[in-house]
Design a binder for this molecule. Structure first.
Ligand code: GDP
Ligand code: MN
Length: 376
């Protein structure tokens, strides 16, 4: 889950990362009030879940409270990469001499968290990584040992940070790592890490993505969730407790087990169709859950057909069949439904579906072919 810069800064501050004082507000008058209270030049920053706000005009320096109000007026309501700005962060402006980059993320290929440090901060780090990868120093963190002090020194020296900034930058990297681990982040990034003309080192920007599967351990962070930024159909499916991802096509896909569902998506494509969603009902699904899942899939008006692909292990095929019948009885289903049931209690399951409008299929390939032709 993405969180806003001001929220990430609050978290980082708890772990000892110096951040400028400031506050997020939703209107220009409040922005001026914050600027007055801070008493000096401020920077007004769009709070949206995307990067590149600076380039898009979502970050403005404001020397006076009146300027802060004007900047907030301009930025609030602005659209950045499709997201509407509803809040701005007003914080004390840093007098920046140099901009660095600090980041920690999961390197899946290495199966370790990786620390990245660069003296080429401020700009788009993806671009630096693509055009001048040697400008980013990297160290990989052993999961048992954690981030060692020598690795912090290695990364910061190798990146060529200014000597003056080194001690503070190294302390700050330690704090960033503590925060990364503590909140179960998948990404924690400070870009730019600013060396000010006064010789201070502070986080001028901050970004943290928290692992969705760990949110139950962080109720305070879970509260930052903003449904308005989520796809409304995904939001509804998630409210219903379903593992659902919306896709571009028009064939609803429901199966048990993420691997099986992904294979089914491939199979639908191979048969010339385009899946409308991924939906995993998991193991041991009962009739209720199946009905709930079908309902969620049919909320997407683009869906022209639904494919059930269920491999009965702990999930019993007769339970799934009952769920499909219950849902089709309750809902006004106007699209074809192909059902492939195999495994535990498959005979009972198929018998239940006989004489109904549901189209049976023996194999996954056959099921995909049938639903693609029926939904044309
Ligand atoms: P992003 O574009 O979404 O990554 O937003 P940032 O917070 O990184 O801001 C973009 C750029 O604005 C930074 O690289 C800085 O050059 C500039 N900036 C941000 N905050 C300040 C500040 O407090 N003082 C100064 N002088 N520049 C700032
Ligand atoms: Mn930035």
């Amino acid at each position: 889950m993405k969180i806003h810069e001001h929220q990430a800064k609050q978290i980082l501050a708890r772990y000892g990362v110096p951040v400028p004082p400031g506050e997020a507000v939703a209107d220009p008058i409040a922005a001026a009030d914050v600027a007055r209270r801070l008493g000096g030049p401020v920077v007004v920053k769009a709070q949206v879940h995307v990067g590149g706000r600076g380039k898009a005009g979502g970050v403005k320096l404001a020397p006076t409270p009146e300027d802060a109000a004007r900047a907030a007026e301009q930025i609030l309501g602005m659209e950045i990469k499709g997201l509407v700005v509803r809040k701005v962060l007003v914080e004390a402006a840093a007098d920046i001499a140099e901009e660095y980059y600090l980041g920690i993320t999961m390197d899946r290929a290495a199966r370790r968290n990786v620390v990245m440090v660069s003296a080429a901060g401020g700009m788009d780090i993806e671009e630096v990584a693509a055009t001048a990868p040697e400008k980013i120093a990297r160290v990989w963190i052993h999961p048992g040992i954690g981030l060692a002090d020598f690795q912090i020194r290695q990364a910061c020296y190798e990146a060529g940070l200014n000597r003056e900034a080194l001690p503070a930058a190294m302390r700050l990297l330690r704090s960033l790592y503590q925060a990364y681990v503590a909140v179960d982040a998948g990404l924690a990034e400070i870009n730019p890490l600013a060396l000010t003309r006064g010789g201070e080192v502070i986080a001028a920007d901050a970004k943290i993505d928290v692992d969705d599967n760990a949110l139950y351990r962080h109720p305070d962070i879970a509260e930052y969730k903003e449904e308005s930024e989520e796809d409304p159909m995904e939001a509804e499916a998630h409210r219903r407790g379903l593992q659902y991802v919306r896709l571009e096509g028009d064939i609803g896909v429901i199966g048990n087990g993420a691997g099986l569902v992904m294979s089914t998506l491939d199979e639908v494509k191979r048969a010339g169709g385009a899946p409308a969603n991924f939906l995993d009902i998991g193991g041991g699904a009962k009739a209720d859950l199946v009905a709930n899942a079908l309902e969620a899939v049919l909320l997407n008006p683009r869906v022209k057909g639904v494919l059930f692909n269920v491999f009965g292990g702990i999930t019993r095929c007769d339970e799934v069949a009952k769920g499909i019948l219950e849902a089709t009885g309750r809902l006004d289903v106007r699209v074809p439904i192909v059902v492939r049931l195999t495994g535990t209690n498959e005979r009972d399951g198929r018998a239940l579906l006989q004489g109904t409008a549901l189209v049976p299929a023996e194999t996954m390939e056959e099921a995909a072919r049938k639903i693609v032709s029926l939904s044309r």
